[in-house]
Write a protein that binds this ligand. Structure first.
Ligand code: PSU
Ligand code: MN
Length: 303
């Protein structure tokens, strides 16, 4: 029997029925360079606390599934970077058996969150259907997880390294609600708008909490994707970022990068090409998502 290992902070939160927000760890190891990744992970946790909830960063350390990490454990993942195994649904058996470190993707984090009874999860951006996905079948396991695992994911939408239209079609087919927080459109990560209309705009967290309660209490299992646009001041004009996205995609194609490496490759390349300005945007939108997630977790707890 594999037991989840809870941090002291999360154990206390559970005992006191406090709101908890799950946070992912691939973003630490594969999504940002050291030391910004570590600083950001700690700041994200602090924002959750400052907004009345308890953070639980989820990962696997030496084969132990952790619900809440210590600073030391965050540092281990931050320093090891992409040498840590990126853990999506299919990767758990090997990482747990071989007692490896694992950084969980959105899919992997949803799995641990559901096991730990945490319903609200904040991340940066989710995986989706890659461009040309209709031919390569490169569709992130995140979408399948959203279909099946009952956790609400707050993200800044979908980066246009992916095909936003196909990603939305896939989510619709799988029965995953996609709600825009104070927006009608799916946010495109670096930019607030994408041109892709969502079927539901929700303007306040109490309504979000109510909708989640309704879905799950009616027995409709599975996740919900909540799109929270990047703050205006931190957004990057579409034209500007698209040049770098195209360049990153071209380099990935030339180098023949595929499979689980492609998303981390593109993220790092965009970072490099924008000389860190995309990294700043990335950090700001994660902080913004953590704040919304904390507010939602508080409301959900009181609903
Ligand atoms: N997209 C981002 N930032 C990220 C990721 C995606 O803008 O950090 C990470 C998340 O952990 C996500 C994973 O779950 O990449 C998806 O990887 P893949 O495309 O291989 O499923
Ligand atoms: Mn993939």
């Amino acid at each position: 029997m594999i037991e989840l290992a809870y941090s002291e902070e999360v154990t206390a939160a559970k005992a006191n029925e406090q709101p908890i927000v799950a946070l992912e760890s691939t973003i630490i190891s594969h999504g940002m360079p050291f030391p910004r990744n570590m600083e950001t992970a700690l700041r994200v946790e602090e924002i959750v606390r400052n907004n009345g909830a308890v953070p639980a960063t989820l990962a696997i350390i030496d084969g132990v599934p952790k619900i809440g990490l210590s600073h030391k454990e965050i540092e281990i993942l931050a320093k090891a970077g992409p040498s840590v195994t990126k853990v999506s649904r299919r990767d758990f058996p090997v990482v747990l058996t071989q007692k490896l470190h694992g950084a969980t993707t959105v899919a992997g984090t949803m799995i641990l969150a559901e096991k730990a009874g945490i319903q609200i999860f904040a991340t940066g951006g989710i995986g989706g259907v890659h461009r040309n996905g209709e031919n390569t079948l490169d569709i992130s396991a995140d979408l399948q997880e959203l279909a099946n695992t009952s956790v609400a994911v707050i993200s800044a939408g979908v980066k246009s390294i992916l095909d936003l239209g196909l990603t939305l079609e896939y989510l619709e087919t799988m029965g995953v609600p996609v709600w825009g927080y104070q927006t009608e459109e799916l946010p495109a990560f670096f930019t607030r708008d994408s041109g892709f209309k969502l079927d539901r705009r929700v303007d306040d967290v109490d309504e979000l909490a109510q909708l989640l309660k309704t879905k799950w209490s009616f027995g409709l299992r599975g996740g919900v994707l909540i799109g929270n646009p990047v703050p205006e001041v931190a957004s990057i004009p579409k034209k500007e970022i698209n040049i770098f996205i195209e360049e990153a995609l071209a380099q990935a194609h030339k180098k023949g990068v595929t499979g689980k490496s492609i998303t981390p490759f593109l993220l790092a390349k965009i970072d490099e090409l924008t000389q860190g300005s995309s990294l700043n945007t990335n950090i700001e939108l994660i902080l913004n998502n953590a704040k919304l997630a904390a507010n939602l977790a508080v409301s959900f707890n009181n609903t």
